[in-house]
Ligand binder design. Structure first.
Ligand SMILES: C[S@@+](CC[C@H](N)C(=O)[O-])C[C@H]1O[C@@H](n2cnc3c(N)ncnc32)[C@H](O)[C@@H]1O
Length: 195
């Protein structure tokens, strides 16, 4: 059931656009140089689509083997490489490391953020973290829907808020690990943190 929920969320237009906008903010451009990208806590694999479109060699990791099985089925036509692994067990290094909505579900957020940072190859690599903020509440989504007039388009943002309200990762956590630049989307309801 959890798998279907993530797949359903990842197939929503607002969720796809959120990822595309995040990559633009992080200044991720096309590459033809066999650069590597790891998406951690990949769920059903949405970020892998964007990484392959940009020419990266993508590895997608998730601790949930059923999630990975499902991701392999729906992305069977692509060059994505999915693997069941706990983030803490990954040993390789990558040019880009991304994680969407992973920190909000793990217990030791600092240890996981440190681990994500340690997966970067060199100083020129990028770590991209996309997380809901404390502003992602049902009330704020309704105000956002009224402001944009797009009730249908953002109804899934409302359901995401319902699932995530009260579970946001505090921004102060990031400074304890590395110097991040923070951007926001949807009137501050989602944060894109880039290091
Ligand atoms: C909220 S979901 C987000 C999935 C996907 N990134 C997205 O945005 O739709 C969090 C994912 O992180 C995975 N996860 C949780 N703890 C993990 C860990 N220690 N190592 C790797 N993946 C983990 C879960 O199985 C789940 O698929």
């Amino acid at each position: 059931m959890k798998i279907v929920k993530f797949w359903w969320l990842q197939s929503q237009a607002f969720y796809k656009k959120m990822h595309q906008d995040a990559l633009e903010l992080a200044n991720v451009t096309m590459t033809q140089e066999l650069h590597s990208w790891a998406d951690i806590g990949c769920g059903t694999g949405l970020m892998s689509e964007f990484a392959t479109q940009k020419g990266y060699l993508i590895r997608s990791f998730d601790i949930d083997r059923w999630m990975i099985r499902f991701a392999k089925i729906i992305h069977h036509h692509s060059l994505s490489n999915f693997q069941t692994t706990d983030v803490m067990q990954i040993e390789e290094r990558f040019d880009i490391v991304s994680a969407t909505s992973l920190l909000s579900v793990v217990d030791d957020k600092k240890a996981v953020l440190q681990k994500l940072n340690s997966l970067l190859k060199e100083k020129s690599s990028k770590l991209i973290i996309i997380e809901p903020t404390e502003l992602l509440t049902k009330k704020n989504v309704i105000a956002f829907m009224k402001k944009t007039g797009k009730f249908y388009h953002y109804k899934h943002l409302y359901l995401w808020a319902k699932a995530r309200e009260g579970k946001a990762v505090d921004i102060s956590l990031f400074d304890t690990v590395a110097p991040f630049t923070h951007y926001t989307l949807f009137d501050g309801m989602v944060r894109v943190s880039v290091h």
